[in-house]
Unconditional design. Structure first.
Lengths: 318, 313
């Protein structure tokens, strides 16, 4: 349903050019005054909430540009005397934010790609082919949505640890292992989402492709997958954000077992900096770290805000 | 058409299913198994103890406490988040001026929506670390600093926030402070969700109501809210899951991860404490199984309660 068919009552004003005296001819004057008051109240309240969202974020970013003594003496000021960009440099190198970023990007590049590929392959096979055990496999995937990850923590770590005996690359503290674990834990929702998407695709096109001699996998990769682009974008955004923000699995699995340096991802690294007070006397450095973890996501969100909003809300709407 | 289907399906499912079974299903199955033993986690000895761990759960003081804290979040997080989100969506969509076409949304609603959504894209960890600084219990924290400056709070006796175990309305204050963060970070997302749902309600319903002389409050409570029921109930289920998963906030923000003095323990924090600090893996697994059963029952109950006939339009 397009918004154009039902503007009026519920449609937020898109163009500021609506006639201001428009209320004069409809209803009594009292109702109009009430409407004005309510309009003013709406603006005040919405503005207050907007400030409550933005102010803390802005405060963190500006604190990241202060010197340590400024953070302590003038904690509330939003304008530092001088912009101390070296806080970022210090957090990047001495605070290891640089390597956290690199690890996160390396892992996500693999895990998001694989999640999308394997997730849509499984969802497609389950959604469009009849075979024995189809429902069972679908429900096994679905059950992962309700189970708390903490329950699996101990055996999961043990399983990963034991795997490293035969396949060292899949042991604790290895990027490849984390990629596969992310993929496995993202499959439930990806399969669930893409399953309902593939179901809605028309049969006629599939049949036409088959008549033209396409194989099943050819049909999937050259016809069905391109047709699912909107769904893929939604679930892709969902997975990128979800995996970027993942903290429990890396904290559990990226532990050093033989005294080597931990390959921490960004969320995990920030927690450790904050909880272990690794920055005890370096508040501006901690603010710089949080800023660096926060800004890229916010910038990407602002650029793609329409897609991100519809992508994430579509996940709930299903 | 049927040619080679079996081979194709196997080929497409083998890898995803294999990964999923190995990294997700198998650990869960093992956890269920360990919950019947007294395994410590670091030793090789483990004895079968039957349901002893589960019996122990029932009389565990800490677990009982954590359970009620979980219930607290389970009720308050959805309640406050949905109320605030509905209110914001309402202001956004019907807070504008009235004109010939009816009541309009507020000017600038697009920008509000972008801003309110911010917390949703930030990681819970970033939010937690940020709020840790906002909640600092000295003049350096954002809130204490502001309050001291305007004289509402005594500089020698600042708000303790997440290290305050004193009960407020029967619930430790630290939990209320964590709730504030959860509502702050969730409201924008659900506002966008409700807002979209409100906009898909057809205009003629409102026109009919307006002809009958309904005010905008009437139309909201008599038309919009009932028609949003589906969306609200889905939001309730999702927020229920989020409420069960407050662990990141407890982990980063509270002293000794569940403190002070166990005032903010939830299921997940007790589980981790039992497994990794106390080294009682068998018992911790029993907690996990109990939590899983609780979650599944809850999800089923919520889906059943909120199921209702849809109104198509």
């Amino acid at each position: 349903m397009s918004t154009a068919t039902h503007d009026g009552l519920t449609r937020p004003e898109q163009s500021p050019g609506t006639s201001p005296e428009g209320g004069a001819d409809g209803g009594s004057t009292a109702a109009t005054v009430g409407g004005r008051l309510f309009n003013g109240f709406s603006h005040v309240f919405l503005l207050v909430w907007a400030v409550m969202v933005i102010y803390p974020l802005l405060w963190v970013v500006m604190s990241a540009l202060k010197t340590d003594s400024e953070v302590i003496r003038h904690p509330l000021s939003l304008i530092p005397a001088k912009l101390n960009w070296d806080n970022f440099a210090r957090a990047w190198s001495a605070g290891h934010l640089g390597s956290f970023f690199l690890n996160t990007v390396l892992v996500l590049a693999g895990s998001v790609t694989l999640t999308m590929l394997l997730g849509s392959m499984a969802a497609y096979a389950l959604a469009r082919y009849e075979f024995r055990g189809n429902r069972l496999i679908y429900y096994v995937f679905l059950s992962g949505l309700t189970l708390p990850v903490y329950l699996a923590a101990v055996p999961l770590f043990k399983g990963v640890y034991n795997t490293s005996v035969y396949l060292p690359l899949l042991g604790p503290n290895k990027h490849l292992m984390l990629i596969l674990v992310y993929v496995a834990w993202s499959l439930s929702f990806t399969v669930f989402f893409m399953h309902s998407f593939f179901r809605t695709l028309p049969n006629t096109i599939a049949e036409a492709a088959m008549v033209d001699g396409a194989s099943h996998s050819r049909l999937f990769f050259s016809v069905m997958l391109p047709m699912s682009k909107p769904g893929l974008i939604s679930i892709g955004i969902f997975n990128v954000l979800g995996q970027w923000n993942q903290w429990y699995l890396p904290t559990l699995l990226m532990q050093s077992v033989a005294g080597e340096e931990k390959n921490q991802v960004i969320a995990q690294g920030l927690i450790e900096l904050s909880v272990n007070q690794g920055y005890k006397s370096d508040w501006s450095g901690l603010f710089a770290g949080v800023t660096m973890a926060m800004l890229p996501v916010l910038v990407v969100y602002i650029i793609f805000q329409r897609q991100v909003q519809s992508g994430l809300t579509a996940g709930v709407g299903k | 058409m049927r040619h080679g289907v079996a081979r194709f399906v196997t080929g497409f499912l083998a890898l995803p299913l294999g990964l999923y079974l190995f990294y997700v299903v198998w650990p869960f199955v093992q956890a269920a198994g360990y919950s019947l033993t007294d395994w410590g986690g670091y030793s090789d000895t483990q004895n079968f103890v039957g349901l002893d761990n589960y019996v122990r759960l029932l009389s565990d003081e800490l677990i009982r406490k954590a359970f009620w804290h979980n219930v607290f979040f389970l009720i308050t997080v959805p309640l406050f988040t949905i109320a605030l989100a509905l209110f914001l969506a309402f202001l956004l969509n019907v807070g504008g001026r009235e004109d010939r076409a009816g009541i309009r949304g507020v000017f600038g609603s697009g920008i509000y929506k972008i801003i309110f959504f911010f917390p949703q894209v930030l990681s819970l960890v970033v939010i937690a670390v940020m709020w840790q600084q906002i909640y600092r219990s000295d003049g350096q924290g954002l809130i204490n600093g502001l309050m001291i400056k305007i004289g509402l709070v005594d500089a020698d006796n600042p708000i303790a926030f997440t290290s305050d175990p004193e009960p407020f309305l029967g619930v430790p204050a630290v939990l209320w402070w964590l709730l504030v963060i959860a509502v702050w970070s969730g409201a924008g997302f659900y506002m966008v969700l409700f807002s979209a749902a409100m906009q898909s309600i057809p205009k003629d319903i409102y026109e009919a109501a307006l002809l009958d002389g309904a005010s905008r409050f009437h139309t909201f409570f008599r038309i919009t809210l009932p028609l949003l029921r589906d969306t609200v109930s889905v939001a309730w289920v999702y927020l229920g899951f989020i409420a069960l998963d407050m662990y990141a906030l407890v982990f980063v923000m509270t002293p000794s991860q569940g403190g002070p003095n166990h005032a903010s323990e939830i299921f997940a924090s007790v589980l981790n404490f039992t497994a990794f600090q106390k080294g009682q893996f068998g018992y911790a697994c029993a907690m996990g199984v109990a939590l899983a059963i609780f979650t599944i029952l809850l999800a089923a109950a919520q889906l059943r309660i909120t199921r209702r006939e849809r109104i198509e339009y």
